[in-house]
Design a protein around this ligand. Structure first.
Ligand code: ATP
Length: 370
C-alpha cells in the first residue's frame, strides 16, 4: 500500500446507555459500547437489527432517545452532525458526476477554505492508489475504483472516526473480497478509528480487530473474530457467524474437567471451561469443519464424541470442501464440512456413517436455540 502522511491517530468512541425509539418501535435498547482509538471495529448483524441506526446516531443524523455519545472523551450528543469529527462512507458512492476524481476528493477541503486542498487530495488518492486517474470523471472508473475515491474523500480531512455503512455492498463478490483487504490495509495506514457496519460475517471477520454481533437492537457478543467464532456465547451468534451444530440435553455426569450430556441416548462431552453451564439443560455445539465423517463403524475413543447410525441426506461439492448433511434418528440433521483431499466427495447420499469430534473442539452456549 502506498505510504502517505496519514499517521494521525483516530479517537475512541463511547456509547453510554443509548436507546433509540421510533414511534411504536425501539430500534436500539440501552447500548453500551467502547471502541478504542485506531481500531477497526465491525458492527455485524442481520437486516433490521439496528446497525445503521447506531451509525446515524454517531454521525449525528439521528438523536438518541436516551444516553450519551463521546468521541475522544468529548460529549458530542448534542453536537450538530457537521461539527462532529466524523465522516461516513456509504454503499452508494455519492460522487459528483460532473467533477473529476481530484475535484471530488478536494471538494470538502475547498469549501472549508483549506489552502493546500489539492495537495491533500493527491495525497489521499495516492493512499488509495488512484492518483493516476485524478483527472477522470467518476463514470470512467470501475465500481471498486469509485468506492476507493469515496474512501479518499472521506479520509482526506482526517476525521477522528470513519463510519462505513456497507461500503462494499454494491461490488461483486470477487471485488468485494479484494477491497476488504485493501480497506484493512488503508485503515492500518491512516490509523483512524473505523466503525464498519455490515451483515456479511466473512467481511466483518476478515477486516475487523473487534466484532460486535448485534441482534434486535442489542449487542449479543463482542470480541476478536476468532474468539467469537470459536466460543460463541449465544445460539444466535453461533448460527450467524458461520454454521453450527447445536445440541440441547440434560447434564448426566461431570468430572472436574468435563460435563456429559444425554442427547437422545448419546453421550456428548464438553470441557467445563468451554461450557456456559454445568448442570440442568445445557446447549453445546460444534462447527461443521471440526467433524470427521466415517463410513466404517467407529470405536469410542475417550477423547472423542461419536454419533453413529447417520444417513447422508445431501452432498454438496464446493471446490475446496464438501458439505454433507447427515441425518441422525432422534438427534436431527448434522452439517459436516470435509476438505476435498482426493478427487471429489468420497461419501455419497444414502451412505450410513458416523460422525466424531475431539471433545476439546466443542463449545457451550448460554441460551438454547429458539
Ligand atoms: P439494514 O442492514 O437492513 O440496513 P439495520 O440493521 O441497519 O438494517 P436499521 O436501519 O438500523 O437496521 O433499522 C433498525 C430498525 O429500526 C428497523 O426495524 C427499522 O425498520 C427501524 N427504523 C429505522 N429508522 C426508522 C424510522 N425513521 N422510523 C421508524 N422505524 C425506523
Amino acid at each position: 500500500m502506498a505510504t502517505g502522511t496519514f499517521a494521525e491517530s483516530g479517537a475512541d468512541l463511547e456509547l453510554v446507555g443509548i436507546t433509540k425509539r421510533f414511534p411504536g418501535f425501539t430500534a436500539i435498547e440501552n447500548l453500551d459500547l467502547f471502541i478504542p482509538a485506531g481500531s477497526f471495529f465491525a458492527l455485524l448483524g442481520p437486516s433490521g437489527c439496528g446497525k445503521t441506526t447506531t451509525l446515524r446516531l454517531v454521525a449525528g443524523l439521528e438523536e438518541p432517545t436516551e444516553g450519551k455519545i463521546l468521541i475522544g472523551g468529548k460529549d458530542v450528543t448534542n453536537m450538530k452532525s457537521y461539527q462532529r469529527p466524523v465522516n461516513t462512507v456509504f454503499q452508494s458512492y455519492a460522487l459528483f458526476p460532473h467533477m473529476t476524481v481530484l475535484e471530488n476528493v478536494a471538494f470538502g477541503l475547498h469549501r472549508r477554505g483549506i489552502k493546500d486542498a489539492v495537495a491533500k487530495a493527491h495525497e489521499a488518492l495516492i493512499l488509495v492508489e488512484l492518483d493516476h486517474v485524478a483527472n477522470r470523471k467518476p463514470q470512467q472508473l470501475s465500481g471498486g475504483q469509485q468506492q476507493r475515491v469515496a474512501l479518499a474523500r472521506a479520509v482526506v480531512n482526517r476525521p477522528a472516526l470513519l463510519l462505513l455503512d456497507e461500503p462494499l455492498g454494491a461490488l461483486d463478490l470477487k471485488l468485494r473480497r479484494q477491497m476488504q483487504l485493501e480497506l484493512k490495509a488503508i485503515q492500518t495506514e491512516v490509523g483512524l478509528t473505523f466503525l464498519h457496519v455490515t451483515h456479511d460475517q466473512e467481511e466483518a471477520m476478515t477486516m475487523a480487530d473487534t466484532v460486535a454481533v448485534m441482534n434486535k437492537g442489542r449487542i449479543e457478543q463482542m470480541g476478536a473474530p476468532q474468539e467469537l467464532y470459536e466460543l460463541p456465547r449465544t445460539a444466535f451468534v453461533a448460527s450467524f457467524l458461520g454454521q453450527s451444530n447445536l445440541f440441547t440435553g440434560q447434564v448426566v455426569a461431570s468430572t472436574s474437567d468435563t460435563i456429559s450430556l444425554d442427547i437422545a441416548g448419546n453421550h456428548i462431552v464438553v470441557p467445563k471451561a468451554r461450557a456456559a453451564r454445568h448442570t440442568g439443560l445445557v446447549t453445546v455445539g460444534v462447527r461443521p469443519e471440526k467433524l470427521t465423517l466415517h463410513t466404517e463403524t467407529q470405536t469410542h475413543d475417550a477423547g472423542q464424541n461419536v454419533l453413529t447410525g447417520g444417513v447422508v441426506k445431501d452432498v454438496s461439492f464446493s471446490g475446496v470442501s464438501t458439505q454433507y448433511i447427515v441425518s441422525f434418528p432422534d438427534v436431527g440433521d448434522i452439517v459436516v464440512f470435509a476438505q476435498n483431499m482426493v478427487f471429489g466427495p468420497v461419501v455419497h447420499e444414502g451412505a450410513i456413517v458416523s460422525v466424531s469430534w475431539n471433545i476439546e473442539r466443542g463449545f457451550g452456549i448460554e441460551d438454547h436455540p429458539e
